[in-house]
Design a protein around this ligand. Structure first.
Ligand SMILES: Cc1cc2nc3c(=O)[nH]c(=O)nc-3n(C[C@H](O)[C@H](O)[C@H](O)COP(=O)(O)OP(=O)(O)OC[C@H]3O[C@@H](n4cnc5c(N)ncnc54)[C@H](O)[C@@H]3O)c2cc1C
Length: 386
């Protein structure tokens, strides 16, 4: 919560001020029209918030993951949906930590200036799902190019991005010692690729989230677009996924506070049986419980940020933060919808929209079960189940 001792108070105030210029009606209309919040994303970009993680030497503000997460949290707390632009934050991390100096010089300054968007990351595939190391999209080196064939699904913001980070297999699974080896990541210039080996098919879905099926048919990528060393892509992507989990935890925390901020005044004012419904403990307790869980998730989120920014292992904390925050936001969403009664279902209250938006994070970018499995096996040392 915003307190006098909040080290991010100044940052929060500035992001809130910008978000306040895009009122609930704006986000409601974008949702209703299944549109992309172009003006909102442009304003965030111009203000430099989406370049928070880019070092000053490349034109960004050189902030850490903690600050980046506060930006995402405030967007969601304001009633917006960071899902339209959060890709830019975590994809940047992959380029920053593993890209060559030439790649950073080429891409980061125009991204920081808002001339180029890096909003997309292509990992998930239809036939392998969460079993990422078995992906079937292949990139085969031919001279100074890689030729990509395969298929991806649920790849977001492709229609509103210039660049995409792509995970593909460069050495067949049968030829590697460990299944996590032989995968590589590339920067794909979507402006050149779409129509020249890459086909994009949008997927209408429950949330207003621009996401797509991708079909690669002999797409050629310059070899210089390989990030880091060939075959080490899975390791690189894991780092990026930890950042993604922390940022999404922060978005869920923003959602959670939004639901609490919405439901508390409502239950104080809504009179049924001659008293405010918020006077009933049956109403108070689910709200109090959700609030406690949001606060707890917040602590884990900042611990994950601290570790990530200090280059310490952060996998466990990033996963736990995402788990706690997604669950807390969902419980807050349920309480908020429930205690608005019928009004919770009316579009003009925004509760149903935020309810749909926050539900996504139990499944994506990693499902709750897979987090439990990670903690069981990698933190508690229980036998592997797959
Ligand atoms: C709106 C949206 C946007 C997305 N954007 C992107 C994107 O930009 N880039 C990208 O690469 N991907 C993206 N995704 C994909 C997302 O990361 C996956 O949907 C998610 O990781 C789950 O994978 P899956 O859908 O293949 O589910 P599956 O792997 O088929 O799993 C289905 C369910 O089965 C359960 N399950 C699976 N395996 C186990 C197990 N071993 N133990 C217990 N339970 C298990 C889980 O509950 C899981 O939710 C997006 C998805 C959505 C819905």
């Amino acid at each position: 919560m915003l307190t006098a001792t909040d080290p991010h108070e100044e940052l929060r105030t500035a992001v809130r001020a910008l978000c306040a210029t895009f009122p609930a009606e704006y986000h409601r209309r974008i949702d209703r029209e299944h549109a992309y919040p172009e003006a909102f994303v442009d304003a965030l970009t111009k203000a430099g918030w989406l370049a928070a993680l880019i070092p000053e030497a490349y034109g960004g503000s050189g902030l850490g993951l903690a600050e980046a997460s506060v930006i995402m949290e405030e967007i969601n707390r304001s009633g917006g949906n960071s899902g339209a632009c959060h890709g830019q934050m975590y994809n940047m991390g992959t380029l920053l930590r593993h890209g060559s100096e030439a790649q950073k010089r080429r891409y980061l300054p125009p991204i920081a200036a808002g001339e180029l968007r890096l909003q997309s990351m292509g990992v998930t595939e239809p036939s392998t799902g969460t079993d990422t190391t078995r992906i079937k999209t292949v990139a085969v080196r031919k001279g100074d190019r890689y030729v990509v064939n395969g298929q991806k699904v649920w790849i977001s913001r492709v229609q509103h991005s210039d660049l995409m980070i792509l995970l593909a297999r460069t050495t067949p699974l049968s030829e590697v010692r460990r299944k996590s080896e032989g995968l590589s990541i590339f920067i794909v210039d979507l402006r050149e690729a779409v129509g020249s080996g890459l086909t994009v098919r949008p997927i209408p879905n429950m949330v207003n989230h621009e996401t797509n099926e991708l079909f690669f048919d002999n797409l050629e990528i310059p070899a210089e677009n390989l990030i880091g060393e060939e075959g080490l892509g899975f390791r690189y992507i894991l780092d990026g996924l930890n950042a993604e989990r922390v940022l999404i935890a922060a978005e869920c925390i923003g959602d959670g506070y939004w639901f609490i901020d919405k439901v508390v005044p409502y239950v104080k004012e809504r009179i049924v049986f001659d008293r405010p419904i918020g006077q009933n403990q049956g109403v108070q307790f689910p709200i109090a419980e959700a609030y406690i869980e949001i606060e707890a998730a917040n602590l884990m989120r900042f611990e994950a940020c601290r570790r990530f920014d200090a280059h310490e292992p952060a996998g466990a904390q990033a996963n736990m933060a995402k788990y706690l925050a997604a669950k807390a936001a969902w419980e807050a969403a349920n309480a908020c919808l429930q205690f608005h009664g019928g009004f919770g279902f009316a579009n003009e209250y925004d509760v149903e929209r935020k309810f749909r938006e926050t539900r996504l994070y139990q499944v994506a970018p990693i499902s709750t079960n897979l987090i439990l499995s990670y903690i069981a096996e990698h933190v508690l040392g229980l036998p592997r189940s797959f």
